[in-house]
Design a protein around this ligand. Structure first.
Ligand code: 5GP
Ligand code: ZN
Length: 115
């Protein structure tokens, strides 16, 4: 079994504010939110990062993105940002693939964060 924080959250060994879960994906609130709504969309399978994807992960990645879209709608977000940090140099601190779902700002604030 992988000794990994997000695997432990997925296995309910560490508590988190879970907002959605199915057999493939779990979504929970980021413990240090960087936006009014900041959720982490996480595959239950341990995949280190986008840089570690293999061909048979296509369906999982697709499910993550669809789950994020549905969670955004559930939160009545009119607009939002989806971010994958990849590797330390890309700002990734937890080595378990996760998609940041960020939203809930007023328009001007969101634009000031644009890349
Ligand atoms: P990364 O920098 O790897 O892309 O993002 C990791 C995210 O996980 C950070 O935004 C951080 O606040 C969040 N995080 C770190 N530890 C925990 C935790 O124990 N619980 C939850 N819910 N989020 C965490
Ligand atoms: Zn993991």
């Amino acid at each position: 079994m992988v000794d990994c924080l997000f695997c432990k959250i997925a296995r309910k060994e560490i508590p988190a504010a879970v907002t959605y879960e199915d057999e493939t994906v779990i979504i929970f609130k980021d413990i240090q939110p960087k936006a009014p709504v900041h959720l982490l969309v996480v595959p239950k399978e341990h995949i280190e990062s986008i840089g570690h994807l293999k061909g048979d992960h296509r369906e999982i990645v697709s499910k993550i993105i669809f789950a994020a879209k549905e969670e955004a709608a559930k939160n009545n977000l009119k607009g939002y940002k989806l971010v994958f940090n990849v590797g330390r140099a890309g700002g990734q601190l937890i080595d378990h693939l996760h998609l940041h779902l960020l939203g809930g700002w007023t328009e001007g604030v969101a634009q000031s964060l644009n890349v």
